[in-house]
Design a protein around this ligand. Sequence first.
Ligand code: PLP
Length: 441
Amino acid sequence: MSHILHRNLRQVPPLAVAASGIHMHDSVGRTYIDASGGAAVSSLGHGHPDVIAAMHRQIDRCAYAHTAFFTTDVAEELADRLVQGAPQDIGGVYLVSGGSEAMETALKLARQYWVEAGEPKRTLFVARRQSYHGNTLGALAVGGNEWRRKAFAPLLMDTVRVGACYEYRGRAAHQSVDDYTAGLLDELETRILEAGPDNIIAFVAEPVVGATGGAIPPTPGYFQGVRDICDRYRILFIADEVMCGMGRTGSMYAIEQDGVAPDIIAIAKGLGAGYQPIGAVLAHQTIVDCLRGGSGVFQHGHTYIGHPVAAAAALEVQKVIERDDLLGRVRSRGATLRRMLGDVFGTHEHVGDIRGRGLFLALEFVQDRATKAPFAPERKLHAAIKAKAMECGLMVYPMGGTIDGQRGDHVLLAPPFIATAADLSEIVSRLSDAVEAALHT
Ligand code: PLP
């Protein structure tokens, strides 16, 4: 048995020995199409020569520099690029090693901002029931994923909860989309008023929900409404773009498509595209000015913040995305994949919803399309589809769980941006085989 404690303690997964383009290869000679980019990470595919060369150059020059002593040109250039490409007036960037760290950083930065702004009474975050913001204690506290939280619940800070924007399950048949959205915003405002607006640090949300429901986009106007409410009550808005950001939805930040500027954005996954562990937090100019004019220090830090090899990899990923117009490609390939999924699964009796943005798409499985009744939880359909997909040489990201009292099985697709139309067609064909195999066992 393996000594590694990752994931399932009773199973040892295949041994990955090589990867290139959209393919992963294991030690017994099997090849898998990486249709989920790992967990929506590998946006450029595997083995990208330009990113690898950039990492080599940086390792040769300076593999590590502690931020208490030095900054590096790659970290500075990466921060400059992120500031220039951001959807709001960004005053600064904090580079960390992944998504949970980015979210912890965002939460602490928001809290320290209010302390320095003379409002230390603000201690609460408002977040949505259907959400995942990371596995460290602060991020887990704001996340709404019950099974991930369960064992640790007594250790987690209280969070004000509001409903998810999940049209497929949340909107009643007789309700218009506008009425459904207005209801969600009413609930947000009510919870804020109950908790007391001047006790609240920030509202936290994923612009397109990832790991707790599968590529769920907001309804039109939802985030504009959120922004208005946050402004009305002087509450910060933190967008968790760890999964949906960095081009995955066809714009660099998913929230751009909603025409809204958050105060803080957390990014990770696609930032380093899997070549290095890296995440970042982008903070609005007002926040940075407040700290700069106040204590002058953000009370935070990790040994590997601003790691130069990670920064070099992320910088090159940014350059490749721009040079090869990969955002345009995500939009066109995303439309292609969606059409293909519609052709194969659009009328499938057990597929209730096909949704998402760009190359961030998901299927939701149901026992009964008319009633939207989910499959029995014991069946673990999402896990069965993942297992069958692996047998078919396909990696998909499965999700299941109870959300707002409703259980669902989902499969997320987040293929590399470089996937061709032929690759996408093969992905859909293998997925169809895997789904049928899982449904009939
Ligand atoms: N936030 C979101 C929206 C995520 O999807 C994830 C991971 O899936 C995280 C935060 C945590 O990121 P990490 O796993 O890199 O710590």
